[in-house]
Ligand binder design. Sequence first.
Ligand code: DGL
Length: 288
Amino acid sequence: MAAGSNAPVGVFDSGVGGLTVAREIMRQLPEERMVYFGDTARLPYGTKSKNTVIRFSRQIVRFLMTKEVKAIVIACNTATACALEEIQRELPIPVIGVIDAAARVAGSVTKNNRVGVVGTTATIESGMYEKALRQYNEKAEVYGKACPLLVSLAEEGWLHDTITEEVVSRYLKDLQYKSVDTLILGCTHYPLLRSTFRKIAGEDVTLVNPAYEVAMELGELLGREGLSCRGDVGRAGEKYEFFVSDAAEKFCDFANTILPYDIGAVQQIDIEDFETEDLREGETCRRM
Ligand code: DGL
């Protein structure tokens, strides 16, 4: 049976980074219920092969379906790049990822048609931001830069640190030579480093935050499909559920530094219990 409009939205990520997306959904769509899953036992996804990320994503989606979610948001840029198309094909409910929403905005705000994308190695190598951007702006020149060190720095809490500034500055150098006027923060953790990106990239570069854009897209999607929540579904503590595959306490501590309210309980589950059909190993998440 199809989930009703008061059913929760399912959101998943490789770990804590997707909380930047959860936060935007809480802010923009406060009436919606949400079930969040963070795959803390198996992160990072950004260094893994495409088939591994697809297999993990399928297991998570299968878990979220047991929660009778009405729609799914893939908050993780890497999982969106590697698995969105498969998951969309396989599920009977709407599924969106962070890439399309951000690409649409970047494609329309750029004035010189030169757009930079920063993200994990897997996201950048997939070429999915470039593919999506071209759909909205065929003149766009897209320059990707993998910035693998930034996830650790953000999780360490070094958001406004001189070391983080130095690292961002090194990573952005190539993009600055390309004179990009728009920069997509294409990894869940990078919105937390927004002020550092702003400082290094300068005031003239428009920063696009996929977390913000996908929450907007979710609101539009739910409205269009007649799935927006009707009526009062309870207070924050009742509306939101959090699940992880490991280290629930650490997740809880991190969540409480970035979410607009303190989360009480985080449940740990064995995500491997939700195994689905295996894919062949070997193919990597490279440009298609
Ligand atoms: N959530 C990932 C992303 O947005 C970053 C962390 C990871 O590599 O798992 O790409």
